[in-house]
Design a protein around this ligand. Structure first.
Ligand code: ZN
Ligand code: ZN
Length: 347
């Protein structure tokens, strides 16, 4: 069915219909209208993220039926009362549709940890559709230097900033290793570089194209099998895992120096087995971050405006919603870097 034959009140979206495997597919949902302090975004692109794969596999919580997609960019085309100033602006939204604003986490500015948080793409309808409604307080204007599709990378960059900034993980002159050259890894590496570190990024032979992109951004690519040859004498000052892979995490914990700073950026999706004694024996500082906060989005705006982080080279593929299956399968195989769906291509 094409968009043209749809009822004007309906739109097509990529929906997680139910719990269990094989419950994701294209379907029709009501085209949303913005309430007070909400806006309607015409979606230009929504990124496919590891979290979307975890949602498909029931490894990340969701409330089906729900339109998936949380890495969104587009233009505000309608607004409810009080949000009219946003109409016409190119934006990327924070992912929380609802937080209580009363709990301990909310009051501390950590909406990402609110127990009653409802996010787009998992709890309420998200960006794999022609339109999405979000609260105006979630909006960030996309910088003019960023391409139409690459604006969807504001969200993953905000998650990276949540892991690495406030306070900065690296100091000028540090050596850093990022494990995993996916989009999160390359964003992580760029942020560590902006903090003054010299950054190596490791991947497998299958990551050749990703490592090439990393190299073009001033990062030092290395194959996981050759990691030994690039470990500084005492080990890396900073190691960040963006692979969520048991072997990668293990290699990272071994490559870090005593007293170093280890950051877990990637999700594994399931319990894994690693030698946690290394944390004690090396007296490691271990930190992480979950999703994003208004503060980490503020960092994103600065990182983009200053040119410290670039997004466009990460977008390797843009497809219509109708090609979602292929794009999801390719993301699962780590084929390409950042794959996105642009619902305008379905029209
Ligand atoms: Zn994501
Ligand atoms: Zn709360």
């Amino acid at each position: 069915m094409t968009e043209k034959t749809l009822d004007a009140a309906l739109m097509r979206g990529l929906i997680k219909r139910d719990r269990g495997a094989e419950t994701v597919g294209l379907g029709e949902v009501t085209r949303p209208t913005p309430g007070p302090d909400e806006v309607l975004i015409e979606v230009y692109a929504t990124g496919i993220c590891g979290t979307d794969l975890h949602i498909c596999d029931d490894e990340f919580p969701s409330i089906p039926p729900v339109v998936m997609g949380h890495e969104v960019t587009g233009r505000v085309v309608a607004a409810g009362a009080g949000a009219e100033n946003w109409v016409g602006k190119r934006v990327s939204p924070e992912t929380y549709f609802y937080t209580c604003d009363r709990c301990h986490a909310c009051l501390a500015g950590r909406r990402n940890l609110c127990p009653t948080r409802k996010s787009i793409g998992s709890h309420v309808n998200g960006g794999f559709a022609s339109h999405v409604v979000v609260p105006q307080r979630n909006l960030h204007q996309v910088h003019e230097s960023v391409g139409e599709h690459a604006g969807a990378l504001y969200e993953p960059l905000s998650c990276v900033a949540q892991c690495l900034c406030d306070p900065a993980v690296a100091s000028p002159g540090d050596t850093a290793l990022v494990v995993g050259p996916g989009a999160m890894g390359i964003l992580t590496a760029q942020v560590l570089k902006s903090q003054g570190a010299e950054v190596a990024i490791s991947g497998t032979p299958g990551d050749a194209r990703r490592l090439e992109i990393a190299e073009s951004l001033g990062l030092t690519p290395v194959l996981a099998g050759d990691l030994e040859s690039v470990i500084p004498g005492v080990g890396f000052d900073v190691v960040a895992d963006a692979s969520g892979n048991e072997k990668g995490i293990d290699a990272g914990l071994r490559a870090i120096r005593k007293g170093g700073h280890y950051v877990q950026v990637g999700l594994t999706g399931k319990p894994i087995s690693v030698d946690i004694d290394l944390i004690c024996l090396k007296e490691l500082v271990v930190t992480s971050g979950f999703a994003s906060t208004p503060r980490s989005w503020h960092r994103v705006e600065k990182l983009i405006a200053s040119g410290a982080v670039v997004l466009d080279p990460l977008v390797t593929d843009v497809s219509p919603l109708s090609a979602w299956k292929t794009s999801f399968a390719r993301t699962r195989k780590a084929d390409g870097l950042k794959l996105m769906l642009d619902p305008r291509m379905d029209a």
